[in-house]
Write a new protein. Structure first.
Length: 704
């Protein structure tokens, strides 16, 4: 993506303070949009609504473990400087906790008053112990005696037994006991085993929470003691890794050591307790965990609704999204046989633009790597891996290629958050198979999505590449919306080869012809493109900016978009999650529109479109508009030049911003939902539309 001359900062008018929406509060607004889906009985099937309740909880867990934990670290370190939004850390922490109390209370209400009764009406019941039949109680008692009781470890607290360490995200029973002989009261803790299903299936879609089964057999665990009360509780801890990197050689060992430290010694950031808990028990927990009252969340049981993922998996097609099978991209299938085509033959004729999950990952990206591994004419494969699945055919293909004598280079990012342990395992497995494994560049995460194949052909060596927006993960490729480019264009493949040389050989390469590469080039390249649109608008030439990202936070990008808006440039931002820009503010951002779309697939692609006076500059890649992506990661954007591909991306933006498409709209700092038309009927669901229309036969057009 070539760039235009810069707009000098001294030419830019001063922008007002307070122009950024705080990123942490914006993230909470995003999770509220997830909760909106759980409430939407008109557009979202019941089991999918159940799943969105679980996703809301899972999202919030990670938010506490990383974002709130980081904020508490800054407060503890005495950092008193306000963030970009102008809010001081302590004030922001208070605002976050107050908003989360509102959100989790709303989630509990939706589950108790809406989703749970609706599930019961469909024969899917989440029952308390009191609601079980006598035969079910006997069955659960037998299960407890034979399968649960033997693996429990009750821990009492008394002068000879200190308060136990409570592991993060574990579900625990706090038990208040009394010795009938002495009258002495004491506290005990029982941790729920994770190898037993959280919601135990009784048959015929009837479930009982594991804690209810254990709670009603505490007399067996604490024989001779009187059980006065029990309640569930759960602690969330700081789980973000802090690794000091002195060199790549020591990074693997440093990370493994930090993973061990993650299991103990991490300070708590949240305490969830069940309603009705004894006040003395609650005081004990808060005191022992050294947690503030504001960080205590008293909620109706069951706690931790991530357990609803299992319930949402019930085999009821009538309560789920209609079955969906990705299609082989028409340009990658033999028309006569509908069998997968020879990808290298296809790519010598034309580039292929993919959109997953509508275009099958298995018959495109996965097949690209598998065909390269099996092809005797292929001499080398190079691959980045950020996250992949547990039984990854990508890993298998790379190992097969190495064992066949091909040169295989794999850039494994072992610092991918919460996937560190799995990635260490993959790295060692690949090394044992003979792959050259590189752990990226010290101080940076390798987040770009690149594959490169070098093939010996009659007219000499030819390179083929894939550049994507999503991970090489066959499982998430069925759940995440992502885009990618398969190409044999020699300019692009030469750029990709130089990126790999930079990653493996520590070159100082910063100049590319069709790529923008972070940390050196993406922010400046995009700023140049934005400033060009500003100049065009001021000169009366056609101008426009359209960007699709997961997060829009970077202040320099935001400020450039504000200046473009002031110059009259129409700016459309399609943002799934965090958005720090404030659209619709008079004198600042009247020409900026922000939309968010959430649904059965997680919108994950990053797309960039600039009018460029009627000759659009268009690109896709791995980078979000965040400091970490632009400053501390290796990211790649590639320009899209094929007119059909440009038109495809333009049509996606047209659909997303069509008033008849269901979406959320941001006005200043307030999100509003627009999903029903004036007659109260559901608007077009973008993802349903694409399921019906992507993969239709397309007229082949040569050129890249």
């Amino acid at each position: 993506m070539s760039a235009a001359p810069k707009l000098e900062t001294e030419d830019a008018p001063e922008l007002p303070s307070g122009r950024y929406f705080d990123r942490e509060l914006s993230w909470l607004a995003f999770n509220n949009r997830v909760l909106d889906l759980a409430k939407d009985a008109k557009r979202v099937p019941l089991l999918e609504r159940t799943k969105f309740l679980a996703i809301f909880s899972s999202n919030l867990d990670e938010y506490f473990m990383v974002r709130v934990a980081g904020l508490k670290r800054r407060i503890a370190a005495g950092v008193a400087l306000p963030g970009a939004s102008g809010i001081l850390p302590r004030d922001l922490h208070e605002q976050i906790l107050a908003r989360i109390h509102e959100l989790v209370a709303d989630q509990a209400r939706v589950f108790a008053e809406d989703v749970r009764p609706a599930l019961a009406a469909e024969g899917i019941q989440i029952l308390s112990w009191a609601e079980l039949t006598e035969s079910e109680r006997r069955e659960m008692t037998t299960l407890f005696e034979e399968r649960i009781y033997p693996i429990l470890t009750p821990l009492a607290v008394d002068p000879s037994h200190p308060f136990p360490y409570i592991s993060g995200l574990s579900i625990n029973l706090g038990v208040l006991l009394r010795n009938p002989n002495t009258g002495h009261r004491q506290f005990a803790r029982v941790k729920l085993p994770t190898i037993i299903a959280r919601f135990i299936k009784l048959g015929d879609s009837r479930y009982v929470p594991l804690e209810d089964v254990i709670g009603h057999h505490l007399g067996m665990i604490f024989s001779g003691m009187e059980v006065l009360q029990w309640a569930t509780f759960r602690v969330t801890r700081n789980e973000d890794l802090e690794v000091e990197e002195d060199d790549a050689e020591n990074l693997l060992h440093a990370l493994e050591k930090e993973l061990l430290r993650r299991k103990v010694g991490r300070p708590p950031v949240r305490l969830e307790v069940e309603e009705g808990v004894d006040e003395r028990m609650l005081e004990l927990l808060a005191a022992e965990l050294e947690i503030d009252d504001r960080e205590v969340f008293v909620l109706p049981g069951p706690l931790d609704l991530t357990g609803l993922f299992a319930v949402a998996g019930v085999d009821r097609d009538d309560l789920s999204y209609p079955p969906f099978l990705p299609k082989t991209h028409p340009e990658l299938a033999e028309v006569e046989t509908a069998q997968p085509a020879d990808l290298f033959k296809t790519l010598r004729r034309r580039d292929v633009l993919l959109q997953h999950p509508y275009d099958s990952f298995a018959t495109s990206v996965q097949r690209f790597i598998e065909q390269a591994a099996a092809d005797p004419a292929v001499l080398a494969l190079k691959q980045t891996l950020y996250r992949t699945s547990g039984d990854s055919p990508i890993i298998d293909a790379l190992i097969e290629a190495a064992e066949a004598g091909k040169q295989v280079l794999v850039i494994v990012e072992i610092k991918a958050r919460f996937d560190e342990q799995a990635n260490i395992g993959w790295a060692r497995k690949l090394e044992r198979a003979g792959c050259h494994v590189v752990y990226g560049i010290v101080g940076l995460k390798t987040h770009c999505k690149l594959s490169l194949v070098i093939r010996d052909e009659p007219d000499g060596l030819r390179r083929y590449a894939h550049i994507g927006t999503g991970n090489y993960n066959p499982k998430t490729a069925r759940q995440y919306e992502d885009m990618g480019l398969l190409t044999a264009n020699p300019i692009v493949t030469d750029d990709v080869a130089r990126v790999f040389n930079h990653l493996s050989g520590m070159t100082q390469e910063t100049h590319y012809r069709r790529l923008l590469v972070a940390p050196e080039g993406i922010r400046d390249g995009l700023l140049d493109l934005i400033h060009t649109e500003t100049r065009n608008a001021l000169a009366g030439r056609p101008a426009g900016i359209r960007i699709k990202v997961n997060s829009m936070v970077d202040e320099r990008i935001i400020d450039a978009l504000y200046l473009a808006s002031r110059a009259g440039v129409p700016v459309d931002l399609w943002v799934r999650g965090i958005c720090g820009i404030r659209p619709g503010v008079p004198g600042l951002s009247e020409n900026i529109r922000v939309r968010s779309i959430l649904g059965r697939f997680l919108e994950h692609s990053r797309l960039f479109w600039f009018d460029n006076a009627g000759s659009p500059m268009v690109g896709l890649g791995s980078a979000d508009m965040m400091h970490r992506n632009l400053d501390r990661r290796v990211e790649v954007l590639v320009s899209i030049t094929n007119p059909r591909h440009v038109a495809k991306i333009e049509s996606l933006f047209d659909l997303a911003f069509d008033p008849d498409t269901a979406s959320w709209w941001l006005d200043d700092t307030t999100w509003s939902r627009h999903v029903l038309d004036d007659e109260g009927e559901p608007k077009r669901d973008l993802q349903d539309y694409l399921i019906a229309h992507v993969g239709q036969p397309r007229r082949h057009q040569e050129g890249r």
